[in-house]
Design a protein around this ligand. Structure first.
Ligand SMILES: C[S@@+](CC[C@H](N)C(=O)[O-])C[C@H]1O[C@@H](n2cnc3c(N)ncnc32)[C@H](O)[C@@H]1O
Length: 298
């Protein structure tokens, strides 16, 4: 077992906490099967070290000596076990994202999707960022809407964005809308200037999304494994990007089917650039790279 560096060891800690506890194969299987069943996220054997290190701090915080005690607790019927399950899911999801990620999608939205919706007489586009992580995607969508409406006055009267994720920890970051300055560094100057506030304290440099961008977005927790999403009103645009890659093929298809059910006929579904749709006989036609349009009711 690896000892922690001497500098991080406190003399008041018991010997058990100086060591990195090992997650056995059986314990790993217990957690990975639960995660696959509950969230759809695939957890092959190669993820064992990742799970062990992401949960290591929970052992410390809860004063457990090993993963056996943690597993007994998290899967127990105690009142607090459910909160720990939410915490465990938070820690085991991957939340990588950034502003204007996969920019061609936002360019296509501006050049083709929004003019098309306007032509169809839509006055208030309904948008959903499904698997929104820490908020960069829905805030980008909100900025794109503002830019489009400023350049095409009177075309839309308003817009509304729903942003959902399974992780409560990441959703609260999204609601805060505060980001390290580096995360907006590469954005064009006028976008930064119009839509972000910069902290005045040089010791705590951060950027905050302005209220006019934030107040169009409603954040909520949603698990793609829910039997039905029942999201209404139906959406004109759904972004579900870089989420399906974590699921196996049947789960991917099932999630896409439920998303399509929440999409208006003629509405658009955006998947991540490395994601695609195999089979399933869905009422979708490809209109651009990983962008699909709903052709008829399911
Ligand atoms: C890699 S991030 C993608 C963020 C953003 N869509 C993007 O492309 O930048 C994937 C997000 O999917 C969420 N996620 C994973 N499994 C989920 C599930 N079963 N239900 C809802 N969200 C889930 C994770 O919590 C994470 O925030």
């Amino acid at each position: 077992m690896n000892r922690l560096p001497a500098s991080s060891a406190s003399p008041t800690l018991s010997a058990g906490l100086y060591t990195q506890q090992q997650l056995t194969q059986a314990q790993f299987k217990r957690i990975s099967s639960f995660m696959e069943k509950t969230t759809g996220i695939k957890m092959p054997d190669s993820k064992r070290t990742m799970i062990q290190s992401r949960l290591a701090n929970r052992l410390k915080v809860l004063h457990f000596n090993d993963y056996a005690q943690y597993i007994d607790y998290v899967f127990s019927t105690s009142d607090t076990a459910n909160d720990e399950i939410v915490m465990m899911i938070d820690l085991l999801t991957t939340n990588l994202t950034h502003f204007f990620r996969e920019k061609p999608h936002f360019d296509f939205m501006t050049s083709t999707v929004l003019p098309h919706l306007a032509e169809c007489g839509i006055t208030c586009p309904q948008i959903w960022s499904a698997g929104c992580s820490s908020g960069e995607e829905p805030y980008t969508l909100s900025i794109v809407m503002k830019e489009f409406m400023a350049a095409n006055r009177g075309v839309f009267t308003d817009y509304s964005i729903l942003a959902t994720d399974i992780s409560t920890r990441i959703l609260s970051k999204a609601v805060d809308a505060i980001y390290p300055l580096e995360s907006v560094e590469k954005l064009p100057y006028d976008i930064k200037h119009k839509y972000f506030l910069k902290s005045k304290n040089p010791d705590k440099p951060y950027a905050k999304v302005k209220n006019e961008v934030r107040n169009k977005i409603h954040f909520d927790r949603l698990n793609f494994m829910d039997i039905s999403f029942n999201i209404r009103p139906k959406k004109h645009i759904i972004f579900c990007r870089n989420v399906l890659i974590y699921f196996d093929k049947p789960t991917q298809l099932e999630v896409i089917r439920k998303l399509v059910d929440c999409l208006e006929v003629g509405g658009f579904l955006f998947l991540g650039h490395s994601e695609t749709i195999f089979g399933g006989n869905l009422p979708l036609r490809t209109v651009s790279t990983t962008v699909f349009q709903k052709t008829k009711e399911c």
